[in-house]
Design a protein. Structure first.
Length: 204
């Protein structure tokens, strides 16, 4: 695909990435009314080995530090799949296999992981919505989406449902980044419009 190899930090040299997924969803119309442009949602997923599966580790700093390159890689995949559109909203999340803890996936989704996503979408002032859970193959997860520059944009409150048929295995973690090119089709509940966003404080 032209994305590998990934320059992981030393602790991740023995951590295997089993699979990448890319999901693209194009919503052309809603309630019989076409959207222009269509609403495109993209999810980029990496299924990675969990080095802490089956054991308790107090200090998760190594996972946090290593997540930066993973965030950068997934963000590149997501932005390329969104083309020719540009991202207006984003979200992140993941599923940790049953031999791991929910805290393991949360360690891979901190600001260290998220900053490369902000860079990839051309800057994002808003907090990145997140969802994590434990589960196995065929577990569905709803990744929340919100405007990348202002959380108060009601039209961009949305999400994308992801189901992986063969992941995560008990000793794996599925790490997910989502982006979308616009708000919901037919959004009409009022509030601040995307084109009026100031983008100063991440709220308005």
């Amino acid at each position: 695909m032209g994305f590998l190899p990934i320059p992981f930090p030393e602790w991740m040299e023995t951590m295997k990435i089993r699979k990448f997924y890319t999901f693209i969803e194009d919503e052309m119309s809603e309630a019989g009314r076409p959207g222009e442009p269509p609403l495109r949602k993209v999810a980029a997923v990496a299924v990675v080995e969990n080095p802490n599966a089956g054991r308790y580790v107090e200090d998760l700093k190594a996972m946090i530090e290593a997540s930066e390159e993973l965030g950068r890689q997934l963000s590149k995949i997501a932005v390329r799949a969104l083309d020719p559109y540009r991202a207006q909203s984003y979200g992140k999340g993941g599923i940790v296999g049953l031999a791991g803890e929910q805290e393991h996936i949360n360690a891979l989704l901190t600001t260290t992981f998220a900053n490369p996503l902000r860079e990839a979408v051309g800057g994002g002032k808003a907090w990145i919505s997140s969802m994590t859970k434990r589960g196995g193959p065929r577990t569905s997860i709803d990744i929340p989406l919100a405007c990348k520059d202002a959380l108060y944009i009601r039209s961009h409150y949305d999400g994308m449902t992801i189901t992986l048929q063969d992941a995560p295995l008990p000793n794996e973690i599925a790490v997910i980044v989502c982006v979308a090119n616009r708000g919901r089709l037919n959004a009409r509940v009022g509030g601040l419009k995307f084109e009026d966003v100031k983008g100063e404080d991440g709220l308005v």
